[in-house]
Design a protein. Sequence first.
Length: 256
Amino acid sequence: MARNEHFKSLQGSLMIARIVDGKRTTIRELGNQTSVELSVSTESTTIKETKTGKRADAKILTTGRTVELSATTNELVPADVALAFGAELISKGSHAVVDEVIATALAGESVKLNGVNISLLTITDSKGTPGTLVKGTNYTLDADYGVITFKDITSFTAPFKASYTEGAITVSEFFSMPDNAEYYVFFKGVDAFGGDPMSFELYRYSPKTDNSMQFINEEVGELTFGGTALIVQDQVQSDGSLLDGYGRIINIVKTP
């Protein structure tokens, strides 16, 4: 009889969907993952007998069960970065800023505007009839980051005011995601040995904000994040079936 072999070398992709009012919303694929790990653990207490004087172990009582998911990605998708830092990803359109007061500085010193992605910058001084500084002669601008470096400003009177347009940006503000935010997680596993596909799903996933991202990299930058699965009990699905437990590992059997 032929022996069934179950060697697997898995790769694949995580997908997540925000849960709103108990229902899954649209699902999206996370950036390229270099590792995905699903782990389970239990907490227990040992009950000892007291009749023989030997205090022998008589029973183990399970007091807790935990399912955790951790992953590392080297494709820094903005939505994934937001997830790792407990943030909502917010898109902000282009808008005008008028007469922002700039910190007082000397020639050779730099100041940071409140905005980034700067265009159409005008800097004026505080004379009765305001003078206008000339880019390249009186200052230089790092437009992406909104940093001004002053050059010759001896003929101008501080403080200076800046008017400019801040271009479109996306923002991830730390901990702006609700503490009770939950996700459905699905993993699409691909077996490098050419066997049957394998996947897992977590019905309710609560992201942790104990994560990290490297901002200085010798090679490709990585983002790590993780979280805990929460139990679902007798939740009625759209097809009338009941969802129960933390999740499941799925072996997809392909028929010839």
